[in-house]
Design a protein around this ligand. Structure first.
Ligand code: PFF
Length: 467
């Protein structure tokens, strides 16, 4: 362990930072909508089972690797495999993936920031116009918002682990929770709110077909920030005395709880303003829900409680989503940052400078691929047709490589690093882990059915997306 390596000041700091990574844009809108469309309470039960029985072991494996190696993902794979050529490539993939996912996530965070600024000046009428979103994402002002978001992220990351990431998480996560509860409290008082709650929680098991199950698992996987090298990197900043098993459980519970509570904010709001809503018609995409559908609801609220009240609710909503997005972005950019610092032996400032430049260029190119520049907009063709550069980044790294990275973690931990090493690492700080049911389950699942499921998702995605 290098003496200069920074660490979180406490286990709570680590849990808040990891939960900050996990709670993101998908939790707040995407999760509630897909739950409602895909069986309500039945989806909630299946999702919870996937989190507990499939995602949690993978999360513990990632954390154990990072904490044991005390290195970035590339360094971890290299150290724990004795510099094996093939596994080093898995390490590279574990760094390239977050780099690219950060690009597409940055594009969306910039839009959220733009909407936040607009709601702060009470522009609800404008935001709710059907054509507004399409024109907003093609305005040059997005580049100003991009520069500001980049600045905020850099200001947090330049502070390092304790003074940057941990401090920001300790402020933003509780603030996010308070804002969420305040909005839920308010929305539940609206007329017809209970119709939304009913759609959200009443189970319909007939909806649970193979594609819903696949979607639920992919969503749980993404939501917990798995396969991105994030948990490996964050866990490399905790001490050997900390209990990884307990921390992983806390992160999984917090993330799922926030996703569940978000449903109590979004669905009552939808049903209150449009009691005739057919939930099956709601868009699957968080993006169109956040930027097209919800502004209309917020405008309807204006007729009810007036301009100032509605603008305030809108502002709080976008602030909430923005906080969630920032803590996720910080976590994902920390992965290539840590890798550059450790692999190239450069300062944090220099690493952030290099990443701001390279990611900045890619983010600009992706932003231009929504219509501003023709060749980026019609970048290539595969699967369902023409794809923009943004689509390619999303399809390749988010949809396809993420489960592959998860699969590689399982195979690596079980068959290269070995079960006994994983068990030893997980039992540090957790007295009753060795010999427990949990230990047997983690070892069994990671070496058998979890990699099989992740492989099936990977093959299915490649077959349906690209051919
Ligand atoms: N759990 C995050 C989310 O649901 O939004 C996943 C994530 C995505 C983390 C993108 C970090 C990130 F940059």
């Amino acid at each position: 362990m290098s003496a200069s390596r920074e660490h979180f000041s406490s286990r709570l700091g680590f849990i808040l930072a990891a939960a900050g990574s996990a709670v993101g844009i998908g939790n707040l809108v995407g999760f509630p909508v897909s739950a409602t469309k895909n069986g309500g309470g039945a989806f909630l039960v299946v999702y919870a089972l996937f989190v507990a029985f499939i995602c949690l072991p993978v999360m513990m494996a990632e954390m154990a690797m990072g904490r044991h190696a005390q290195k970035d993902p590339l360094g971890s794979y290299r150290l724990l495999s004795n510099n094996h050529n093939g596994w080093r490539k898995a390490g590279w993939l574990a760094v390239l993936t977050p780099f690219m996912i950060a690009v597409f996530y940055m594009v969306i965070t910039v839009w959220i920031f733009g909407y936040l600024v607009q709601t702060s000046i009470g522009n609800l009428d404008l935001l709710a116009k059907p054509e507004h979103f399409g024109s907003f994402i093609n305005q040059t002002s997005v580049f100003i918002y991009m520069a500001l978001v980049g600045l905020i992220i850099n200001l947090i990351l330049v502070g390092g682990v304790k003074e940057g990431i941990e401090k920001a998480s300790k402020i933003l996560m509780p603030a996010l929770f308070v804002l969420l509860i305040a909005l839920v409290g308010y929305v539940l008082t609206l007329d017809n709110a209970m119709a939304g709650v009913k759609y959200y929680v009443v189970p319909d098991f007939s909806k649970l077909d193979a594609s819903v199950l696949n979607g639920a698992l992919s969503q749980a996987f993404f939501s917990l920030s798995l396969g991105m090298g994030i948990l490996m990197t964050y866990a490399s900043y905790i001490s050997k005395k900390d209990d990884i098993v307990g921390a992983a459980k806390m992160v999984a519970v917090t993330d799922s709880l926030v996703a569940f509570i978000a449903g109590l904010m979004v669905l009552p709001a939808i049903f209150s303003f449009n009691p005739e809503t057919d939930p099956t018609q709601l868009s699957d995409s968080s993006v169109s829900m956040i930027f097209v559908y919800l502004p209309k609801i917020l405008l309807a609220l204006q007729a009810d409680i007036g301009y100032v009240g509605a603008s305030m609710v809108a502002f709080i909503f976008f602030l909430l989503v923005f906080f969630a997005a920032i803590t996720s972005l910080v976590s994902i950019i920390e992965v290539p940052t840590a890798t550059l610092i450790e692999e190239k032996c450069i300062s944090r400032k220099k690493a952030l400078g290099i990443l701001s430049l390279t990611m900045g260029v890619l983010t600009v190119l992706c932003t231009l691929s929504f219509g501003m520049v023709e060749w980026l907009t019609n970048f290539t063709t595969y699967g369902s047709g023409n794809k923009s550069l943004f689509d390619v980044v999303y399809d390749v790294f988010y949809d396809t490589i993420l489960p592959l990275n998860g699969l590689l973690v399982c195979l690596f931990v079980m068959y290269r690093w070995k079960k006994s090493e994983l068990s030893k690492e997980l039992s540090l700080g957790s007295d009753n882990y060795q010999g427990s049911f949990m230990e047997r389950y983690v070892n069994f699942s990671l070496s058998t059915f979890i990699p099989v499921i992740l492989l099936a998702i990977f093959i299915n995605t490649v077959a349906t997306k690209f051919f």
